[in-house]
Design a protein around this ligand. Structure first.
Ligand code: CA
Length: 368
């Protein structure tokens, strides 16, 4: 799956002086953190959490991402906890954290606190996270009715957060994504002001995620805006079909006319033989030519790669190129227009391909 459209914004709301929420929207990872604690400590906690997750993710499969995220969230917890012990005015600070990772075949959610993740699929909104709040736990235990929870005075008391304890228990779950899925991550400044029905109505009525996100924030403010409001929206679509070869952006030479009958008439063999001879000559010539030609592509793991040879594959899967240098830069991190320009299969010299990719790596290193 890949992210087709996204929206991310945070708003102070109408009654708070500062915004203690923080967010990260860096595909494939999206995070909302809602900090708490006096004297700006909440802002510190949520920002430390986001910074711990901003680092580039290793190019590993869905199965390994879970462990990587868990480790980084535990590290964020430890950092916030250590700060809160060292500084008296940050004692007891903490933050919620709801993270969503869009993998190849699954969406992973990691969650602590009372920020939320929702999924809008086929017009229906479903909540994907449980609030770690006093009120929600009482509801789950059957000691409080759900309609009593919405306006409960202890609504904002949370039972789990990053920071207050040396270790933290993280809820992790996966969702099998479908094309067209819309995911919402938000802080309680949205959900304490709007009901799930109101959120669903806004999401289904808006023409774009941008319009939906702005309308959610506007509506939460119109309802009182008692708290900071953070909204992230993501729409998924299927990856474009992949070719069978290693390279995903390879031009295929025409493979000749398709035969209709099982036994082709004899006269057909002549042009087929001629085509094969032609291809053999072409392969020989291009092999010689390709020794000094390079182009930039993407390898199986999604990393920008310099290939030596020509960006073609002959019928039968014979590639006219081999990987020459694999960079550490995932193609998905480049803006789409830039990615398209870079991966246009144009022929380059070794020096030109090398300097382009080197510049990308330097840039990516600075963004880290
Ligand atoms: Ca809040």
């Amino acid at each position: 799956m890949r992210v087709a459209e996204q929206f991310a914004a945070t708003d102070r709301g109408r009654q708070r002086r500062a915004n203690e929420d923080a967010l990260l929207a860096k595909p494939p990872l999206f995070v909302v953190a809602d900090g708490m604690g006096g004297a700006k400590a909440g802002e510190v906690a949520s920002r430390v959490a986001i910074e711990s997750l901003r680092k580039r993710l290793p190019a590993v499969g869905d199965a390994q991402i879970r462990a990587v995220l868990r480790e980084r969230i535990e590290e964020a917890n430890a950092r916030i906890h250590a700060l809160s012990i060292r500084n008296a005015n940050q004692a007891g600070m903490g933050t919620t954290l709801t993270a969503l990772h869009v993998g190849e075949d699954e969406v992973l959610l990691a969650h602590v606190g009372d920020s939320r993740a929702y999924l809008l699929r086929e017009g229906k909104l479903q909540r994907l996270t449980e609030d770690h709040s006093l009120v929600d736990e009482l509801v789950r235990q059957g000691r409080l009715a759900p309609d009593q929870a919405q306006d409960h005075p202890q609504r904002s008391v949370i039972t789990r957060a990053l920071g207050p304890e040396p270790t933290v228990h993280i809820d992790i779950r996966t969702v099998t994504p479908q094309p067209g899925d819309i995911y919402l991550l938000c802080s309680d400044g949205l959900t304490s002001m709007l009901s799930d029905e109101e959120v669903a109505e806004i999401l289904t009525a808006a023409p774009t995620l941008q319009a939906a996100g702005k309308e959610l924030i506007r509506a939460a403010n119109a309802a009182g805006g008692k708290d900071n409001i953070t909204v992230i929206l993501i729409r998924l679509e299927a990856e474009p079909a992949r070719t069978t070869g290693e390279e995903t952006r390879v031009l295929h030479l025409p493979a000749g006319r398709k035969r209709r009958s099982k036994k082709p008439p004899k006269w057909l063999w002549r042009p087929v033989a001629a085509l094969l001879v032609l291809l053999a000559i072409l392969a020989g010539a291009t092999y010689l030519a390709s020794q000094s030609i390079y182009f930039i592509g993407v390898n199986k793991r999604g990393l920008i790669t310099i290939y030596s040879g020509l960006p073609y594959e002959l019928p039968g899967g014979l590639k006219l190129y081999v990987p020459y240098y694999v960079s550490g830069v995932p193609a998905i991190e480049l803006p789409p227009a830039r990615r398209a320009k870079l991966l246009d299969n144009s022929w380059r010299s070794e020096g030109s391909a090398g300097s382009v990719v080197k510049a990308l790596e330097v840039e990516a290193g600075e963004g880290r």
